[in-house]
Design a protein around this ligand. Sequence first.
Ligand SMILES: C[S@@+](CC[C@H](N)C(=O)[O-])C[C@H]1O[C@@H](n2cnc3c(N)ncnc32)[C@H](O)[C@@H]1O
Length: 299
Amino acid sequence: MHNNNRASIVHQLGYAIRHPGRISPHLRRLTRNAWLRLRTRDHVDYYRAVMRSDVARGSEAAVGSKSHARWLAMGRLQFDYLVRHGLKPDHRLLEIGCGNLRAGRLFIDYLDAGNYYGVDISPDILIAAQDTLSDHDLRDKLPHLMPVRDLRFAALPDETFDVVHAHSVFSHSPLHVIEECFRHVGRIMKPDGWFDFTFDRTEGQEHQVLREDFYYRTATLTALAEKHGLRAAFMDDWEKLPSKQSKIRITLPGAARPADDPGQERQERRRRAAGQAGHVEHRDAPAERHRAVTHDRDL
Ligand SMILES: C[S@@+](CC[C@H](N)C(=O)[O-])C[C@H]1O[C@@H](n2cnc3c(N)ncnc32)[C@H](O)[C@@H]1O
């Protein structure tokens, strides 16, 4: 979590003094992004152009990993978490912003053939994803990789996915993109499915840096989910893991939650009846078996 506002001049000056070597790469990125923004019509178009430029320098760095070891570890972290929370081989999983399959390669290997769907706005990273498939000998698992323009899921059928997963995607998304996802994701989830996403959390002022990194309060995202009839829970057990981001789980109202305390459920219903929108529920894994995969903190 960032308590500092990374967009503030005070923070940026302090950071520059502490890390003088990072000033010129930052200025290069600032200039490149300003140019890309001039040439693109909306955020998705802009971010696709950012990815094109980043992937040209290396697809593992483009998804936020500074080394191959960290790419492997961050994929493993995502995979282990979902398995610990009940992902099964016969589940159908949709990964939003699947990138070059950092976690996707493990999901694909684990799930029954044809049960993995990955969507991404960047054709360049999806080409890199195909390299990951062949490098890891996963062709026989017949995963579905789809480029998308938006998060309306128009090509996907109703009530199809047991699990929807988005790691380090909403941390790069303005609120209207997240809202578009919330408006539509319920349609494609199975009634008792769940949707986990990570986000860059601030408990200070919400802000963005270079239109690439977006910082939200938990209450903003939970209230937005509830506005679209979804239930949102902050995942406390994810906070113990070596990731810079926080995680929220979305479920559909009325879905069974075997891990829940029925007393907590009753309390929540009472709070809803009392009209307390934006309430942040907190959840842990069914039987938390904490296992740190890496001590490096990564995106
Ligand atoms: C930081 S990378 C993370 C990739 C992958 N989730 C992982 O953990 O390796 C973010 C990915 O999300 C994709 N992305 C960003 N905004 C998106 C959107 N609105 N819809 C779909 N994909 C998006 C980017 O193209 C990029 O591949």
